[in-house]
Write a protein that binds this ligand. Sequence first.
Ligand code: PCA
Length: 325
Amino acid sequence: MKTTMLTASTLALTLALGAAAASAETWDMPVAYPASNFHTENAVEFAACVGERTGGELEVVVHPNGALFSGTDIKRAVQTGQAPIGERLLSAHENENKLFGIDAVPFLATSFEASDKLWNAARPKLEEALAAQDLVYLYAAPWPPQGLYTKKPVESVADLQGVKFRAYNAATSRIAELAGLIPVQIEAAELSQALATGVAESFISSGSTGVDSKVWESLTHWYDVQAWLPRNVVFANKSAFEALDDATRAALTECGDEAAARGTAAAMAMADDMIAELRANGMTVEPPSDQLRAELEGFGQTMTDEFLAETGADGQAIIDAYRAE
Ligand code: PCA
């Protein structure tokens, strides 16, 4: 009798454990940047947070370097449910919705503080636009300010003529076009290779991506233009998110809020370190000449006008709210 009861309770325990194991879920999270990048490190902390808060019910596994889906494909993969969650540079998708490019309009917001204000003003519309694409916004974090990488001294846009320019979104392509250059779209994961083979000889990005790509192996100069601070956004597939229980959803949202704050702080904290690392590896780091700055600011004005023309009342309302802050 005793044996039977013991067996029964062992069986019940086994069933209970089996049920718990079956309900625990793993979410693969594709990201486009290397494991050592601060955005990726932040995503790994976010994943740990979700694991802890849900008592292991939801395990998020970060896949760096575009290994699971390339940067170009991550957003579509999450929209279609091929991946339940992912991180992507939102401005790379402004061809889908011009508002997605608001953080890459040159010289609209050039400091961490201004970039936060612009993002806060834009966020409700961006969340709405993402929701219409079956995406749930979880968090976003900025890249450090964007500057110009070259392999020779550049005093003005004229000095860039004939240079092969790497773009990472529509805005960087547009700048190339305005400068009379032919841009080539290259994901960060392929950047070192493109520089080494001469497919690209110049680009605009942060000190962080210059360090990730060991840019000093191919280039010599970084002009600290501080032109804009684009953001990576982490989003979940809507159906996958809605299939979770309330507590798990709350954990994702809360861990997302913490990751947004931590990611911004990390970007701020390491921006100068990245510049120091460029210098330590032999790069010349300088502010742009007055002429180069003025020319780039001119492109920024053109692109602000284009942004407003295309986004109409929505874009104007966001920029007005940002400027009123
Ligand atoms: N690094 C990314 C986007 C912005 C940045 O600083 C890249 O160059 O692809």
